[in-house]
Design a binder for this molecule. Sequence first.
Ligand SMILES: [Zn+2]
Length: 380
Amino acid sequence: MTFTAPATTTDTPEARAYNRTKRRLMIADLVLNFVFLIVLLATGWNGTLRDWALSLSNQGYSLAVFYYVVMLLVLSKAIGFGLDYYGFRLEHQYQLSNQKTKSWAWDEVKGFLIGLVIATILVEIIYNVIRMTPSHWWIVVWVIYNALAIFFAQIAPVVLFPLFYKFKPLENDELTQRLIKLSERAGTRVRGVYEWQLSEKSKKANAALAGLGATRRIILADTLLENFTPDEIEAVLAHELGHHVHKHIFKSIVMQIGLSLIGFWIVARALDYAVERGVFLYMHDFASVPLLVLLTTVMSFLLMPVMNAYSRMKEREADRYSLKSIREVEPFISSMNKLAEQNLAERSPSRFVEIWFHSHPPVSKRIAAAEAWAASHPRA
Ligand SMILES: [Zn+2]
């Protein structure tokens, strides 16, 4: 069978412009946050806000920490709001979104509140632990942080995702049968396949393996189910199963546990130093929150290429699993082409862009790898 693919290695000017703008938005957001934190620390406004929080709470420590987190998040949201709105408009400009402004605004509110809850939990824990054990706080916080991260990953598909999207078990007998066969071949059993009603908000297609333990599931966007043939959907499913077979979620958790230990240690050393130099009054002076956020932001930014390289490696592994399990290369390639087209993805970004920003290998490389696989695995 001959397979005629559309041009798979070149990007349309539209795709290039869309991705470039999106990347610039992301960098602008990062720079804005960075400047905000530097200004707070350099002007001493972080201390002013702490004094306000303390007087608002009548000197109650935990309540003051909460007020401080609220003030920081409100300020940061107000500063970044223009960029957030621009990002929403950009999706419309390229006909990638169906979402109405009101629905977007409501999502923003929900996102802000969830962020506030998570930030409050984290900052309260950090500063109350520092107050109890100023020299070993980072080890205690490291343990609690990872336990919380695992807990949130577990509840996310059942508690957080449904706040933004509707999900329902996949109602497609043929696909369900195929999936069962695929899972059996993978020697594994996934806890469920769900249809993700993404079309209410976006025209993009997506699929993911989410959750942990009892909440682990494969989710397939309705936008994907609509536009992809059963063979292509099977290829996508097999890729997601590949993540499952190769225990990618477990490996990511182990990596995060290791990296966060180093991260908390660095933050603790920086805080010690700042307190010794008299920048903060004492270890549990929560005026240091902006410093902690700044350090975390810088570390995450520097780690981006490493994390993305690791992610691309896992994606390649999942792709290979998909090919091995289906033993057909055409549906895989056509699903890649459809995904790139529907999502206006860059098929061939520059090497620099790939290294810094791409969690997945570019479509051109994924297709090339699939063709190479097919060449070395001729069908009988
Ligand atoms: Zn993947």
